[in-house]
Design a protein around this ligand. Structure first.
Ligand SMILES: Cc1cc2nc3c(=O)[nH]c(=O)nc-3n(C[C@H](O)[C@H](O)[C@H](O)COP(=O)(O)OP(=O)(O)OC[C@H]3O[C@@H](n4cnc5c(N)ncnc54)[C@H](O)[C@@H]3O)c2cc1C
Length: 385
């Protein structure tokens, strides 16, 4: 079995780690010439994503970068602390939430893939896919081709694989712009390992301070999608867009952004429509290519890591591509579409942000179904558990 994975981001490299662990011959094709793509942005991996990494034996590679988050503080629009509670599976060092720069997470996963002997080609931008009875062929912008038994489109929100096979399935704007940046001069102090969320009148704001004293922050604000030229504005222009919204409240957010010394970035939050197709013939979509969600729940990367484990188990345990892809989709679609719905609702303001549940009311860990889906030694059933 030879598998071509298109995209060397989170879903693609993790899928390659899973397939390789399952004994499959896998090659990753990444459009960018190096690992440093989108180095500016940061994200948090949740405990469920860290659990998927553990099943791929990749905990050590990822915990070598970034820093752990163990508690969540919630402030109201007056800056008053509403709650401060443990976050996820904070007691287990391997499963704690983790905050990382996207570039360093990609580099860690790609480095681990290469260390295990997985082939990874940079500068390979897919431009065409030909699916046939005996195999699937990918063609790249440099004129080269590769043929395999299966092809996984893990090429993100703007997936070329999806555009070629399902041109009608397109992501849409979900009502928020997301600003984010860093500062070394923030007028805030934060307990080590705490992430603070501020429920502002016009924004949802969050920040955390790294062990090196650098503050990572983001703000989600409503309004129409920013045109490309406005999104590419210099940091001073983006700061000027954001500050009036933050100054409506008496929270640390406005001062933090006003003093931010690093670059400020902004993206339009996008999501895939529910029910979009995921597979045809020998080709399957994974990660954001299949089920991109608004960033509000902070689950996109963790969902991509879960995909990787379940897809590898499906290919390992089920006898042909059609059955493997169908089982994968049955297991993954309800969970990922729930995330699209909840996250989109938060972005559109149609769903109130949930407070962290009181410690006593919180379930002890993840649900049993997810544990079975992810447990490497548990065979993947053709039907959801
Ligand atoms: C502002 C923002 C904040 C977010 N914060 C969080 C967070 O805190 N926690 C979280 O879990 N998620 C977060 N997310 C979501 C998360 O970033 C995505 O869900 C995740 O990156 C999806 O991984 P992926 O591998 O599917 O796609 P990507 O990470 O986009 O990777 C796709 C890869 O495919 C490559 N590629 C693209 N086209 C081609 C081609 N034609 N040929 C070859 N290669 C190609 C790209 O170069 C890239 O390396 C956030 C998203 C945004 C926008």
């Amino acid at each position: 079995m030879r598998v071509l994975v298109i995209g060397g981001g989170i879903a693609g490299t993790a899928t390659a780690l899973g397939l390789h662990k399952a004994g499959v011959d896998v090659t990753v094709f990444e459009a960018h010439p190096d690992t440093a793509e989108d180095i500016g942005a940061f994200l948090t991996l949740a405990s469920n994503g860290m659990r998927a990494l553990a099943e791929l034996d990749a905990t050590a590679a990822v915990t070598a970068v970034g820093f752990p988050l163990t508690s969540l503080r919630l402030l109201d629009s007056k800056g008053t602390e509403v709650t401060h509670a443990p976050l996820g599976e904070a007691d287990d060092p391997a499963l704690r939430y983790r905050c990382l720069r996207r570039g360093e997470l990609n580099a860690a996963l790609q480095g681990e893939a290469v260390r295990r002997g997985i082939r990874l080609r940079h500068g390979a931008r897919l431009v065409a896919v030909t699916d046939g009875p005996d195999g699937v062929t990918a063609r790249f912008a440099d004129g080269t081709t590769a043929t395999g038994d299966l092809l996984v489109g893990a090429d993100g929100l703007k997936s070329a694989v999806r555009r070629l096979l399902f041109p009608e399935a397109r992501p849409g704007y979900c009502g928020q712009r997301v600003y984010y940046g860093y500062t070394g001069t923030a007028p805030v102090t934060a307990a080590q390992g705490a992430i603070t969320m501020v429920r502002g009148s016009a924004t949802a704001f969050g920040y955390t301070v790294s062990p090196q004293g650098r503050t990572y922050w983001f703000a989600r604000a409503g309004g129409g999608p920013l045109p490309a030229a406005a999104a590419a504005a210099p940091s001073a222009g983006l700061r000027a867009q954001l500050l009036p919204l933050l100054r409506e409240d008496r929270t640390p957010a406005a001062d933090l952004v006003a003093t931010a010394d690093g670059e400020i970035m902004v993206v339009n939050a996008m999501e895939m429509p529910l029910g979009a197709p995921w597979h045809t013939g020998r080709v399957l979509l994974a990660g954001d290519a299949a089920h991109a969600a608004s960033p509000a729940t902070g689950q996109g990367a963790s969902m991509a890591l879960e995909d990787a484990v379940v897809l590898a188990k499906a290919v390992r345990d089920l006898p042909d591509p059609e059955r493997a892809f169908t089982a994968y989709e049955r297991h993954r679609r309800p969970r990922t579409e729930h995330n699209i719905t909840v996250s989109g609702g938060l972005s559109r303001g149609t769903r109130a942000p949930s407070r962290p549940a009181p410690v006593a009311a919180r379930p002890a860990g993840p649900d049993e179904r997810l544990l079975r889906q992810l447990a490497w030694d548990t065979p993947l059933s053709p039907e959801p558990y």
